[in-house]
Design a protein around this ligand. Structure first.
Ligand SMILES: CC(C)(COP(=O)(O)OP(=O)(O)OC[C@H]1O[C@@H](n2cnc3c(N)ncnc32)[C@H](O)[C@@H]1OP(=O)(O)O)[C@@H](O)C(=O)NCCC(=O)NCCS
Length: 291
């Protein structure tokens, strides 16, 4: 076992942390864009593992939902130190932090192909609370319009809050997942998601056909467009999907990352520009209730 110390990550560890991010997911890690908040916010507990004076692993616990939820994120171990049980140490530390802070539950999202992450979730007794599809798409200029003519309306914040409250039918799991974060479908959760994302609403007479969230997502050097589409019917889904593709394209975004209900996966895969690996890839929201 490696000789390590567990301690809080501080500003002077920034270079070590950024080095880990550079070596994660081919340099497309979103973590650097969050690091300032994780280091400074009083609602974050950024835990690190120090070996020979350097931070070689980290994980953040973010207290959200007025302190009820401990949101686990940013679990990273430097490639040189992987497969030695260190992510397990960090995960157990976040559970301790959550208990000490008195949160009611721990939550986190990971992708369905991340076996290490799934093993770790199970090792602390988490279970899957919700699952959504996810895709990335670059080269948006080459996407053809697919016969979709109109765009959903961008709703100002107050209107979006009001409309969303009447759209529970689109959120059957009782959670909103956007940009890999989860919000309960309640007034507080709606208000939180709208602090970081815009809402685009598609209506058909009085019927709310879709609610789509959109925000900028920075991965490595690229600022792409992150969207989450909640739609009632396949045609509502397709309209919302294309509106986001063309919005991202109009803004010159290098990629679109989209989250969508799994029941629309076959609709998405029928689009020629959608990569086939989308079939194997989803977001799992894990949850553990603390006694
Ligand atoms: C995921 C990550 C944190 C694991 O770190 P680690 O220190 O190597 O993990 P550990 O040695 O503590 O292993 C934890 C569990 O994951 C399993 N595991 C670790 N790496 C694995 C891999 N590449 N493939 C399959 N399983 C793996 C281990 O076998 C262990 O499971 P077990 O207890 O059931 O045997 C590390 O690979 C990493 O930083 N990856 C990039 C970022 C990432 O994916 N973060 C998590 C999602 S946000």
């Amino acid at each position: 076992m490696v000789d390590f110390t567990v301690r809080r990550v501080v500003e002077s560890d920034r270079d070590d942390v950024l080095e880990i991010a550079r070596r994660t997911w081919g340099g497309h890690d979103y973590m650097p864009s969050q690091l300032d908040e994780w280091l400074k916010s009083p609602s974050c507990r950024l835990v690190g593992l120090e070996v020979a004076g350097r931070i070689i692993g980290l994980a953040n616990l973010h207290m959200i939902d007025s302190g009820r939820t401990g949101w686990m994120e940013g679990l990273r171990v430097h490639p040189r130190y992987r497969r030695k049980g260190l992510a397990k140490v960090l995960t157990d530390e976040l559970v301790k932090e959550g208990r000490n802070a008195g949160v009611e539950r721990l939550r986190y999202t990971t992708d369905s192909t991340n076996s290490a992450s799934i093993s770790l979730a199970k090792s602390i007794g988490m279970s899957v609370r919700a699952e959504m599809g996810v895709f990335w798409k670059g080269g948006l200029k080459r996407v053809k319009k697919g016969g979709v003519k109109e765009s959903p309306q961008y709703a100002e914040r107050d209107a979006a809050e009001r409309i969303l409250k009447g759209a529970a039918h689109l959120f059957s799991d009782g959670v909103i997942i956007h940009d890999w974060k989860a919000y309960d479908f309640c007034s507080e959760g709606i208000s939180q998601v709208l602090q970081s994302a815009r809402a685009y609403i598609l209506t058909d007479n009085e019927r709310i056909g879709s609610v789509t969230f959109g925000s900028v997502r920075t991965e490595g050097q690229d600022s792409g467009w992150s969207t989450a589409i909640y739609a009632e019917t396949p045609s509502d889904f397709t309209r919302a999907l294309y509106s986001q593709v063309f919005l991202a394209r109009a803004e010159g975004r290098p990629f679109l990352m989209g989250i969508y209900p799994l029941r629309f996966r076959h609709i998405l895969l029928a689009e020629r520009w959608v990569p086939k690996w989308v079939e194997r890839f989803s977001i799992l929201l894990f949850e553990k209730r603390l006694g």
